[in-house]
Design a protein around this ligand. Structure first.
Ligand code: ZN
Length: 221
């Protein structure tokens, strides 16, 4: 199989890489990592100031267009490359595991996607990242609380609510007893404006968690 379909690092093209890895060690080492998980009041945390309460937040990588990070995200989202999500999760897990300020986290909550999308893609990319985090930092993953609303639901709600509403109405919660009093780490792939995470947090707060923190794989500058 290796001769027919040589497994190569899609960062540099070398075939010297471990079976479970999408990138070689050198390309992993050269990824544009932030130090946000260790920095209080970092730029990702500031995005949410005055919007929703966020305990701590961080991003693993800087997302640069036309770069390797964009390739990684495309692989993860559109090319069924689950290994990418596991790798990104592993790196987040390693970074967070040594940080005192993330120690209190009880649960990982991946940002959900529509179940129809999960079927066509084969997985929810944020859930795969959470699985990767879990491999390096043992915390339970909670997928029964936060639910993505279907498009038709969202549209109906939009018509009823005023146009002034700023937080998009994307999610709903169920089984809220699972998160009551818990310290949650929300997991997502890419952070741009923070609108999706803000909507998710606004929704999760209905379940009265003790706190909500955020870990994303990449942050768009
Ligand atoms: Zn490489």
């Amino acid at each position: 199989m290796h001769l027919l379909y040589p497994q190569i690092c899609f960062g540099c093209g070398t075939d010297e890489l471990e079976k479970t890895m999408p990138l070689c060690h050198r390309c992993i080492h050269d990824l544009p990592t932030t130090d946000f998980f260790s920095i209080d009041e970092n730029i990702v945390e500031k995005i949410f100031w005055g919007r929703v309460p966020v305990q701590h937040a961080g991003a693993l990588l800087f997302f640069t267009k036309d770069g390797l990070v964009q390739d990684l995200m495309t692989q993860l989202k559109y090319h069924h490359n689950k290994k990418v999500g596991i790798l990104l999760g592993n790196l987040i897990g390693e970074a967070i595991a040594v940080e005192e300020r993330f120690k209190q986290i009880d649960l990982l909550v991946p940002i959900p996607i529509l179940s129809s999308k999960t079927h066509s893609r084969g997985y929810n990319q944020s859930h795969v990242i959470a699985l990767g985090i879990q491999q390096k930092w043992s915390r339970p993953i909670e997928t029964q609380v936060l639910v993505k609303k279907s498009w038709s639901n969202t549209q109906t709600m939009k018509n009823r609510k005023s146009r002034m509403q700023q937080v998009p109405d994307l999610f709903m919660v169920q089984n809220v007893e699972n998160i009551k009093g818990k310290n949650i780490l929300l997991v997502d792939d890419v952070l741009t404006t923070g609108a999706t995470l803000e909507a998710a947090i606004a929704c999760l707060l209905k379940g009265a968690p003790a706190s909500v923190s955020i870990a994303v794989a990449a942050y768009t500058l």
